[in-house]
Each structure stands twice: as C-alpha cells, then as structure tokens.
Design a protein around this ligand. Structure first.
Ligand code: DGY
Length: 340
C-alpha cells in the first residue's frame, strides 16, 4: 500500500475537474474549501499542515509562513493561474517543491477581454451606459460629437510585456486595421524570442521593439500592460509614464494591478493627460472596490479580474491544475511546470 497523500484544494472546481480530482484511486486525504468565496488565510494555514500537494489560486499567497506551516513533506503547488507572482518561487526551489501553472489555455479568453477593454475605453462605454441607465438619454440625443472617442483603426498599439497573451491580443487587433505595434520586454530594444502566432514573421503590420519605457509610453495610441508583476515592474506605469502618454491614448491593464500606480492613474484621468483606461486588474483588489477615487472616474472601465472567465477556459484551467497536482505528487511530467 503506497503511503497516503494529503491534498488541499482552496476552491470549488468546475465539475469536470472535480471528477478528475476524485477519480484518483490512490489513498488520499482531501481537504477542500468547497465554496465560491476564497478561503481565509487561517483556513489554509491550518489545513496545509502535513499536506503533500496544494491546488490554490491567485489570492492564496505562497510564502515562508505557508510553507513552514505545511511541513517538509510538501511536494507540489498547483496554481489555477498563468501568473505566479503570489508564489515565492525562490523558496520553492530551495525546498524542492514543484510548481504547476496554466500558461496556455487562457490565452484566447484574456486576449478577448483585452480587446474588449481597448474598445470600451476608447468608445466611452462606461459613460454611455451610465447615462442611459440613469435615464439621461433624452437629454443627450444623437449629435455628431456625442460620446466620440479615438479610433482603433490606424493606431499604434504599445505593449508592455510581449508574451503569448499580448501577441494573441495583437493578432485580434490587426483585424481592426491598426497601423503598427511596438513592445517593451525585459530586454529593451531586442526582438522578442518567441513569435507565438507568426505575426512578426508574416509582417501583416510592422511589429518593433522600443528602447525604453519613455518611448513606449509616448508612441502608443493604445498602451496594453501585459507583463508579469515582479519587483522591477511594480508601479512601472506611474506619473512619469502618464506624462509621456498622448492625451488621446488609452491604457489597458490585463496583467496585474500593482504594475500600475492607481493614484497616478486617477491624476492622469482627472487632468486629462490620457483619454481613458480599461482595467481587468487593480492594485489591492478586490478590497479597493469598497472605495477609491478610481471608481469614480467615468473614463475608467474596471472589471473584477475576469480575463480568463469563460466556461471552457475555466474548465481547462481546472483540469490542468488537477493534472499538474497529480503529476507533482507522483513524480510525473506536468501539463505545464514553471521552471524555478
Ligand atoms: C491568471 O491566470 O494569472 C489570471 O490572472 C487569473 O485568472
């Protein structure tokens, strides 16, 4: 009889993944926070004691406190996300704990949301919907200048970070007739290594690296934040960045909230330094939504971190997470393992 594993799952999973989790016949003790609300830190700190594997999400911080609470037997963390900024990867490496994640299956759904946010920010969706909902349409009948905004057609799209999701977003935007694309990665000025969809090779529009942040900020009619959150990208989009942006430009963030300095964004919107913003993520989410001046900015569309929230994508992410978890426990190859 193999030794019994303990597995902790911090969320309710879509049915197909739940079945996959329960299909494993090896002797396993499960502890699952089977609810829509995130589990409390206290719950996780208690339940993780003696665990061999943990399946968790972006709000579950994996740090020294959690790993110490788990104990030396912990073999695998499987995160329900592409982002791994909530995980202390260095610590996992030191403790020989494997990390599974879901970098590929959500690309399309997040890219779709990016495009939606670009269009919503440019076309003043929040203001328009708010006026109609408040019964104010009769006071603002059709007029050539009613709710006008910048065009996506003919624009330069600037990407901060140019990985798979950014490239999938570009692929979609090419269909809208953009002029060109620029990008900045952690290797400024250098061509990106991976051309995920052959966009650079096919050259349907010019796609060029820029040399620095200033150039990126000033060239974009649309600036899309699509980089990982690391100590060097924290608040990289700040007051100086906004000062370089065009007055007609929009900022979209589908990456992680803390890449953008929210107070600086509020100032930029209030002073009309930029035209608008579309955010799927925000620093301090979700609590910030209880009250922050950003919520009152009519030119800022804010979504509750739903980039990957399609039925199929969430099912795929969940199934991948379960597979990664079992692979980590059994010493097999994961669907996607983060290199530490
Ligand atoms: C991710 O996968 O990192 C998303 O932000 C959560 O869906």
């Amino acid at each position: 009889m193999p030794p019994k594993n303990k597995v902790v799952v911090t969320m309710r999973l879509p049915e197909s993944a739940q079945r996959l989790l329960e299909a494993d016949k090896s002797p396993t003790e499960y502890s699952q926070h089977n609810a829509e609300q995130p589990c409390s830190r206290l719950w996780l700190l208690n339940e993780i004691k003696g665990a061999h594997g943990v399946l968790l999400g972006v709000y579950d911080k994996v740090d020294e406190e959690l790993l110490d609470a788990a104990g030396d037997q912990l073999k695998v963390i499987s995160t329900f996300s592409v982002g791994t900024d909530h995980v202390d990867r260095e610590l996992l490496k030191q403790r020989n704990i494997r990390l599974g994640y879901t970098p590929t299956c959500l690309t399309d759904s997040v890219a779709d949301i990016s495009v939606m946010l670009v269009l919503m920010a440019q076309r003043r969706a929040r203001e328009s919907i708010a006026r109609v909902t408040a019964g104010q349409w009769p006071q603002m009948p059709w007029h050539p200048s009613l709710m006008i905004g910048p065009d996506i057609r003919g624009s330069t799209v600037a990407f901060l970070g140019f990985g798979r999701i950014a490239q999938a977003t570009l692929k979609r935007l090419i269909g809208f007739g953009i002029k060109d694309a620029r990008y900045l990665t952690s290797k400024p000025g250098q061509p990106v290594q991976e051309d995920h969809f052959g966009l650079i090779r096919d050259a349907a529009v010019p796609v060029q690296p820029v040399k620095d942040l200033k150039e990126l900020a000033s060239c974009g009619d649309v600036v899309i934040v699509s980089c990982a959150l690391t100590p060097s990208t924290f608040h990289i989009v700040n007051a100086s960045f906004f000062a370089e942006m065009k007055k007609t430009a929009v900022l979209v963030n589908i990456a992680r909230g803390p890449v953008v300095d929210t107070d600086a964004l509020v100032d930029a919107l209030q002073q009309e330094q930029i035209f608008g913003a579309g955010l799927d993520v925000i620093e301090g989410e979700p609590e910030i939504a209880k009250g922050h001046p950003i919520l009152r900015q009519e030119r800022c569309v804010l979504l509750p971190h739903i980039g990957s929230a399609t039925i199929k994508t969430r099912e795929q992410m969940a199934e991948e997470c379960v597979k990664n978890l079992w692979a980590g426990l059994n010493g097999d190859a994961m669907v996607n393992e983060a290199s530490l």
